[in-house]
Design a protein around this ligand. Structure first.
Ligand SMILES: [Zn+2]
Length: 285
């Protein structure tokens, strides 16, 4: 399906068409979309544009390559699969992708890699290395629900396209406040502040959902600060960076992903909050 069919006549549609037509696609594209199916379809269309054999408009939609890509059977278009039932793509899967991208394409003039799942911060750092010195004729397409879940360093080396207008609800001030409280409590060795903060999430599922989302962003920022050692982060982020090991922050990120998964499966809120509290405690050691 063409960009126009997928995205209507929107501004982002025109940008993607222009980029595909210019034959100068960047090495990495990030597609932000709340609608996962739409994100995947647009990713596929970009892959077709990247590999299309037409001399005219790309993707032409009719050449051998375009047809294969659209049918999902082109051997040089690969999806990075998260293995072992994990919540997020890990560093192992990204390293495997990196070694694979140096192998010559099977058919076409290039290769395309789709990353549809969430990535752990460590996986993103592995990806960053290849984005810094990308091989010729390889396109990475990352589809994400929220681009803020990606490290800034990854985003800065990618072209970002937001596929839908931001119609989602903005997180409430209360959710932000609770997330900050939890972030401050995480590095402390006394339990009460953590218990007090996490139990505020019991108020509603929507609030808990927003808190977890913000916490995920906080842990990503803390890890980013750990890697970059740059200042300018908020005091509740810096507190975690100073007091926690890198491996602990990675674990905390996983704990949040798992809690989000539990929430999406309608688990009991008391169980969720107790689980979260216990696992945050566990992770910081
Ligand atoms: Zn074509």
């Amino acid at each position: 399906m063409s960009f126009a069919k997928l995205l209507g006549g929107s501004e982002v549609c025109r940008q993607l068409e222009a980029l595909s037509g210019s034959r100068r696609l960047p090495h990495a594209v990030v597609l932000e979309s709340r609608d996962e199916k739409l994100g995947r379809s647009v990713a596929n269309e970009l892959a077709a544009a990247f590999l299309c054999e037409s001399e005219g408009v790309r993707p032409c939609g009719v050449c051998r390559v375009c047809r294969k890509v659209r049918e999902g059977v082109h051997p040089d278009v690969c999806t990075v699969e998260t293995t072992g039932g994990k919540q997020a793509t890990g560093v192992g899967e990204i390293r495997a992708m990196i070694s694979d991208c140096f192998i010559k394409p099977n058919e076409g003039a290039g290769k395309v890699y789709f990353i549809f799942d969430k990535m752990t911060p460590e996986a993103q750092n592995a990806l960053l290395k290849i984005l810094e010195e990308p091989p010729q004729n390889v396109l990475f397409v990352i589809v994400t629900e929220k681009s803020t879940l990606l490290l800034k360093t990854v985003l800065s080396r990618s072209a970002l396209f937001k596929l839908l207008d931001d119609q989602g609800e903005k997180p409430s001030d209360e959710a932000f406040e609770i997330a900050v409280e939890i972030a401050r409590a995480v590095p402390q060795n006394i339990e009460l502040p953590l218990l007090a903060a996490t139990s505020r999430m019991l108020k509603s599922r929507e609030l808990a959902k927003q808190v977890l989302e913000i916490l995920g962003e906080f842990f990503t920022l803390a890890l980013e600060e750990k890697y970059l050692g740059e200042g300018g982060y908020e005091e509740y982020i810096t507190g975690m960076t100073r007091m926690l090991r890198r491996s602990s922050i990675v674990k905390l990120f996983d704990v949040v992903s798992q809690a989000q998964e539990m929430l999406s499966h309608n688990c009991n809120m008391n169980i969720l909050v107790t689980w979260l509290c216990a696992n945050i405690r566990e992770s910081r050691h």
